[in-house]
Structure formats: C-alpha cells, structure tokens
Design a protein around this ligand. Structure first.
Ligand SMILES: [Zn+2]
Length: 282
C-alpha cells in the first residue's frame, strides 16, 4: 500500500471536480418532488463497480465488523443501492484526525468507483519481484487509455497496475481511469482480496488478506489517495513531505502497533508473505 501513488505511471493533474451551479434546479426539484428526492440526488457516494467480488454491503461490513475500526467511523459509513456511503463522520473532538476530511471528500466528489482485485507476485531466480494487480471489472473490461491512430480513429491500449518493488500491495488508487467499455473518466479504488505468490524456487501459495489488512486498505486508499486527489492535495508517499505520512500513520495506527520510536509494525500477512518468499515455512 505504501508506494501506491508513487508508482503511478499516468498521473493526471487533478482539478477540483467540475460542478454546475445547482441552486436553482434544487429549488425547482424541491418544489415538485420533495426533499427526499433532493437528498437522493445530492447524495454523492463511491460506486461499487459491477465487477467487484464484494457487494457494497460486504465492503461496508469490512469496516463495520472490524474490531479496530473506531466506532465513530463505523457509524459514518454504510451502503446504499450499490454504493458505499459516508454520512456524518463524527471524529472525536479531542483528537485532530486529518484523514477524516479527505475520506469524506472522496465520497462527496461523486466520481469514484471501488472494486476488488487480485494481485500476482512472481519472484525471479535473480530475486527480482514482479507484481501485477488486476482489478475485478466487467466481462472483458480493462483499464487503459485511448491512442489516436489517425483522423477520427483511436485504439484502446490496456494498462496494468504493476510494481517491481519488494512490497505487498493491499490496495491501489488510480484517478481518471477509462476502460475499453467506458469513455467517462472516473477514479478507481481497488482492494486486494487475493495475493498469488510464486517464490524464486518455484514454490507457490495463494494468500488472503485478513480483516485488518482489508479494512486498512479501504480507509487508506479512500482517506489518503482518493480523498486527497479529490481535494486537489498531494497524495504521493514521500520521504521528504510528512503530510501524507502523517495521514498514513493515523490510519495505520488503528490496525498496527507501534514500536518505541513510534514506527508502525508491518501487518501479519506482510510478514508471512516475506517469510514465504525467503523460504521460511508459511
Ligand atoms: Zn498509499
């Protein structure tokens, strides 16, 4: 999860979402259809992609049933009609939690999708890692970009989410994605549900992220990446800029213990996979 945005190959400049002035049509709708219709139309959620292996309710439950997600956050999130929702997220007043605003901003932006994904790690004989993350999208649907191939002609080119770093990826966030089935640019958050690992000596094992790894991935990808992108703020993990690191640690601190220096431990599954790759008994 650490280098998600740093690895992005195509990172479009982010502008605040464009919105038409809404006042007049809201008033009109209020008069004709009532407040309930207005509320429904103004609700801005994160849409669960139809290819997702988990439903909106199941994704919401990853947070709601997790023992380490704080109650005030559980109360704020939910699902409705195929979307993840965030209502009033009432963080405790005695703590300054900077991820809350950005977390909610991703929902308000209204141009984000979330889906599940599978990751495949192959460690070569030379010890080099190659990891590919494949989002669960529609049938034969792929993310990528359109290339102009001539006047009025274009061709779709598939892009992959991949990493060559020795790291375990639990989630990935890409703004402004298009697919071969959809021209509209929408942000995409993916949550890994399966990690297929082949070690350098050929041993192979499929690992499944646990409740904490999944919950942290959801809050991290939305609160750090999608949310800060929606706000037009930097979201790239950087060694020099502590603002992103602070938000990452706020969220990580719910799930992982810190050492004497305040550094967060890696997750149990991360340790397990590194041990497997190194040749230890999984
Ligand atoms: Zn990240």
């Amino acid at each position: 999860m650490k280098q998600v945005s740093a690895r992005r190959t195509r990172r479009a400049a982010t502008a605040p979402p464009h919105r038409a002035p809404a006042t007049s049509w809201i008033l009109r709708l209020q008069r004709t259809a009532g407040n309930r219709a207005v509320r429904r139309l103004l609700q801005r959620d994160i849409a669960v992609h139809k290819g997702s292996q988990l439903t909106a309710a199941q994704l919401a439950d990853v947070l709601k049933k997790n023992k380490n997600v704080p109650d005030w956050l559980k109360k704020g999130v939910g699902s409705s009609g195929g979307s993840l929702t965030a209502g009033r997220v009432a963080a405790p007043k005695d703590r300054i939690l900077s991820f809350v605003d950005s977390f909610v901003a991703a929902f308000k932006a209204g141009n984000w999708d979330i889906t599940t994904a599978k990751s495949k790690i192959v460690v070569g004989k030379d010890g080099k890692w190659r990891q590919i993350v494949t989002p669960d999208l529609g049938k034969d649907e792929r993310i990528g970009f359109y290339m102009k191939t001539g006047p009025g002609q274009r061709e779709f080119s598939e892009s992959t989410l991949h990493s060559e770093d020795p790291e375990i990826i639990y989630g990935w966030t890409e703004p402004d994605t298009v697919t071969n089935k959809r021209d509209e640019k929408r942000g995409l958050v993916v949550i890994i549900t399966e990690i297929d690992v082949t070690a350098a000596d050929g041993r192979h094992k499929v690992f499944t992220p646990g409740p904490d790894e999944m919950a942290e991935a959801i809050v991290h990808e939305i609160g750090v990446h999608a949310g800060r992108i929606a706000q037009g703020r930097p979201d790239v993990h950087s060694d020099t800029d502590s603002s992103v690191r602070d938000v990452v640690n706020e969220i990580g601190g719910f799930f992982r213990p810190a050492n004497d220096k305040g550094e967060l431990d890696t997750s149990p599954l991360t340790k397990q996979i590194f041990a497997f790759v190194a040749g230890g008994k999984p």
